[in-house]
Design a protein around this ligand. Sequence first.
Ligand code: GUN
Length: 292
Amino acid sequence: MQILDGKITSQAIKDSIKEKVAVLTAAGKRTPHLAAILVGNSGASETYVASKVKTCAEIGFDSTLKRFNDAISEIELLNTIHDLNTDDSIDGILVQLPLPKHIAEDKVIEAIIPDKDVDGFHPVSLGRMVAGLPSFIPATPYGILLMLEHYKIETKGLHAVVIGRSNIVGKPMSILLSRNTYPGNCTVTTCHSATKNLKEICLQADIIVAALGRPEFVKADMVKEGAIVIDVGITRVPDAMKKSGFAIKGDVDFAEVSPKCSYITPVPGGVGLMTIAGLMMNTYNAYMKRNK
Ligand code: GUN
């Protein structure tokens, strides 16, 4: 069993972007600039956005964090996005999800111009991705592809079972793994809450991508010997032993499942770090496209 190490892999990607940014700086060019919007004060969202901003600084990107409280109106948020769309110094815009219930997420996602849609959530980005055209790929699936690539894992002809069908992870992941590219070329089964015989389907999987958001859901009796297991779950569960008061759990029961795997991603230290690497790659690519 080999651990797919998100720390090592994301660091390699960040180092390569950092080198490219240094070249831009040496040539007197401006640096890529990411704008992040955070609404409300969810602890998890705060942590994710703080990591994204910190990573920008590490690799030499500029970043702008716009924070709003829960009471912001939809129109105010849309106006903020409009200002960022038309600001030439901004290359990428992300709005951390989820948003408060009174704000329509689809309207917000569609307000970001596709050229700055570094989260890859805009229907134009998703449509281009489905058509196999160059596009921003949602950061988590993109990070997973980068991870498979980094470890040179052959995926052609494998049966991939994706558990989860969210717009952010499950749906794009299924499409990407079925594309006729590397990594990809898999036979893909998408499973979700209405799937019958989930265990039997998982037992046929050469690759399992667990993205359902239920801590330690995937157990050893659902996994074939030698399978590649990618754990997308990041759930906070109460833990009195931790200073923070919570532990981070994946969707896979790592202790049980890992001995059966050829490769497995840990939580924390796996896909979460790769999501940030994917976002940074998208932001760099947005900069390059806008400055061509
Ligand atoms: N919420 C959970 N995952 C993500 C993500 O990748 N991007 C944004 N913007 N919000 C999220």
